[in-house]
Design a protein around this ligand. Sequence first.
Ligand code: GLA
Ligand code: ZN
Length: 694
Amino acid sequence: MSRSSTPKPMKYPPISDKLPVFMHGADYNPDQWLHDPQVLAEDIRLMKLAHCNVMAIGIFSWASLEPEEGVYQFEWLDRVLDTFAENGIYAWLATPSGARPAWMSEKYPEVLRVEKNRVRNLHGMRHNHCFTSPVYREKVTQMNTKLAERYSKHPAVVGWHVSNEYGGECHCDYCQDAFRDWLKRKYGSLDALNRAWWTNFWSHTYTSWSQVESPAPHGEMMVHGQNLDWRRFVSDQTIDFYKHEIEPLKRISPELPCTVNMMDLFYGLDYREFAKVVDVISWDAYPMWHETDSDAGVGSWFAFNHDLFRSLKQKPFMLMESTPSLTNWQPVSKLKRPGMHKLSSLQAVAHGSDTVQYFQWRKSRGSSEKFHGAVIDHVGHEHTRVFEDVASLGQTLAGLTEVLGTTVPAEAAILFDWDNRWAIHDSQGPRNKGIHYEETVMQQYRALWELGVPTDIIGSFDDFSGYKLLVVPMAYLLREETGAKMEQFVKDGGTLFVTYWSGIVDENDLCHLTGFPGPLRKTLGVWAEEIDGLHDHDRNALILEDGNSLGLSGTYEIHELCEHIHAEGSKVLGVYRDDFYAGKPVLTVNELGQGKAYYLAARVSDLAFYEALYGKLVQDAGVHRALDTELPAGVTATPRTDGAHEYVFVQNFSGRAARVELDRQSYTDAETGRAVEGAIELPVNGIVILKREV
Ligand code: GLA
Ligand code: ZN
């Protein structure tokens, strides 16, 4: 293949030189137990027993660190960190900005967030401060400076856990001004802004910057370019606040890595932009296991997220939080069934995590999280099922040090952009009762997951050239440059797969005027003339053409969205069965240069279609699979490699026992060192790590 590819390093250094093994531990809140010094001593004994080597500490400790304005109290934290150091336990030290002390809200109400309705919140909860407030920023600088001065050389500290789960937005006057400044920097003139936002519509033209406001239900919501820019601004302003937080940390302790704990497919922040300024990605995973007989749906969703977080920096990430047993904020707090703790923890490792961490170490005695899963339950000792699961996983991780820093060799990628997501959901039509963008992305991912195809989740500004297969689900917002990059990718020998509702608008949410799919029309050899939104009960079907070049056959159900396309040089592989567009193309392929560009014009509902389709695409494009064997439904395999060895994590999410025939004579079980021959038997929630030479 003539395509150039940028080689990725195969093995990364440990996240901290102080702890060159898998990090295993939890969020730790000793400030809730300062009245009972016995607890700290007991915690240390139990941490060692649980094979825990790291804790995230101080996340919500502002009131204990600065009980009164300007009065600091660090002795308790000194004691905890010193005790850690004496006992071989390390710490991600948090900045406490995720929640403020009451004295601060009382004295400086401007630190409190203003909602869309322009009403300021009362003190309470957490994660609800204004990101722009000069007072809050000043308080954060003072606190973070003190922490960095006091602890950055502490032997127990491995890095900074900056704030907690950034998110949300504020509509206060400071934020409105910051939004206007952001727009001035972006557009330079009101004329340019009015053009980009198409404000002549409904006479929405702005004639002074002061007229521009954040979107509000009782104000402006209909200017899509404005809504999109507000989302971009909120994301940028949050990142700006983070940069402000780390300024003293980086100045005083440039050697310590900074992380922020992210959330699964979080809507409000463009994590790809955020990733540029954090040193190591970490995230918090709370799957709802055991809702159905098979956990394959939930398992693949979390696999997708792990892949996304790994792809953000293309290097190992951290599982910062996960529950050791139940999650108390979910509609139903179901316990992890036997095996699931190991399976779900090692799933993160399989996808590139170099840590397994929990929320939380010890259950709090009161308040809203007292029933959330923890390593140590209210009973206070180690003789619990959950503790045993955790300790046993700690032992497993300790035996897997050779996997640390290895990468996931992905030759397939799925395109997923935040601004596309925001724009797609904001659009009115073609299906306001459910456009199901994320579900569409997941339909593609799930098929690759079932096939055991390691996959990166990338953005429009990433390099496509290292991949053999690029999947582009519903790229509604598609820039001209991205289209050109995709064209080059195909010409150079890549396989491109694009779905309906792609190439509709540009980066300002203005429609492409050259016929949809806009910048991809030539590459795909199709023109999408119209799109039909279907009612929930409407059905159509895709009939695959006899002898089509993919060798697919049969009829598959279609629902929700049907685009009417014309093949302009592309070959038709399948057509509609029903309605006035029966016989018109649904699936096409265009050969361009050395590659192929496929287009799917309608939402096929059946997973079996995607499995058959991706099975062929992967085979044709020569895309690497973890195991070259048929995997039972709900069983997947994910590889990590150091270039010399591959570690294949075979995971059973099917909810029943499964047998996997191996694709070569023998492997080594990476946990036991024993030879594995012919096939493996996986119990319900079973996982095996197979090692082989590359
Ligand atoms: C989030 C937070 C934690 C805790 C957990 C509970 O991820 O970061 O502080 O509230 O949820 O699941
Ligand atoms: Zn604000």
